[in-house]
Design a protein around this ligand. Structure first.
Ligand code: PML
Length: 252
């Protein structure tokens, strides 16, 4: 039996409602790993660079095996950039190459750059017009309920590629689920961790394009933009992102 283990931590709200998002994580693991994974998440919540949480929640829930879907892990490639400005130019190029219009790419980068605070979920934009399609305001659409199908194999692959740490591990799994969504064209992400400036453009067409600098060091604001084809059924899209359990497979 597999279990979903989720953690969220915040500060300044009331019983976890409102307040500032500090940290979040999720895994889908066999029963014998639940304790270890939950303890590691709590440690992470208590020691996060974004600040001291005053609310921490860990939720453990059995996953219905019949409801699990599978998708391929995106291939990883690298773009060079030495400054945030160079990184954002590279992100624009990658978005356009993936099928996003120049207008929508600019709108997505500008929307992320203008965020007053980090979003837990993503803004969903029309890949042609750049118009925002979700009605979730500062909450955004969360991509949740996913993990690597074979955790040990995935960790080995990441280590062999020199991709250590939680950020790339979680981001590549999430980007793979996002790229497998109905209507997906591309994703743009940079982290809300003040010290972590690497981000990526993900797409079903080219994979996971890592960009070493997408924001200034010390900036605590980050988030995601999902670009979708015009006419994408948003109800089905949000259901897929938030409710469907997807395990990401390394496929030859
Ligand atoms: C996040 O912190 O949520 C985003 C992490 C982006 C990771 C980019 C990478 O290192 O591949």
């Amino acid at each position: 039996m597999l279990y979903s283990v989720k953690m969220r931590a915040s500060r300044g709200g009331r019983r976890g409602v409102g307040g500032r998002h500090i940290s979040g994580a999720e895994r889908i693991v066999p029963e014998e790993r639940v304790d270890e994974v939950a303890a590691a998440m709590l440690y992470r919540a208590r020691t996060h660079e974004r600040g001291k949480a005053d609310f921490m929640q860990v939720r453990v829930e059995a996953v219905d095996p019949a409801a699990i879907r599978y998708c391929p892990l995106l291939p990883v490639y690298d773009r060079a950039a030495e400054t945030a400005a160079e990184g954002r130019r590279a992100a624009r190029e990658e978005l356009i190459r993936a099928g996003v219009s120049a207008q929508a790419a600019d709108a997505g980068i500008a929307a992320l750059a203008a965020l007053p605070d980090s979003m837990r979920g993503a803004m969903v934009l029309d890949s042609e017009t750049g118009e925002r399609l979700d009605d979730q305001k500062e909450r955004g659409v969360r991509c949740t309920n996913m993990d690597a199908a074979d955790s040990a194999g995935y960790d080995q692959l990441m280590a062999a590629r020199g991709l250590g740490g939680d950020h790339p591990r979680e981001a590549l799994v999430l980007a793979s689920k996002v790229a497998a969504a109905p209507g997906a064209v591309a994703e743009l992400c940079w982290s809300d961790d003040p010290q972590y400036v690497t981000g990526y453009v993900g797409s079903p067409r080219y994979g996971y394009g890592r960009i070493p600098v997408l924001k200034e060091k010390g900036d605590p604001v980050g988030g995601r933009v999902f670009f979708v084809r015009p006419g994408t059924d948003m109800v089905a899209y949000v259901r897929y992102m938030q409710d469907e359990t997807v395990l990401v497979e390394v496929r030859p």
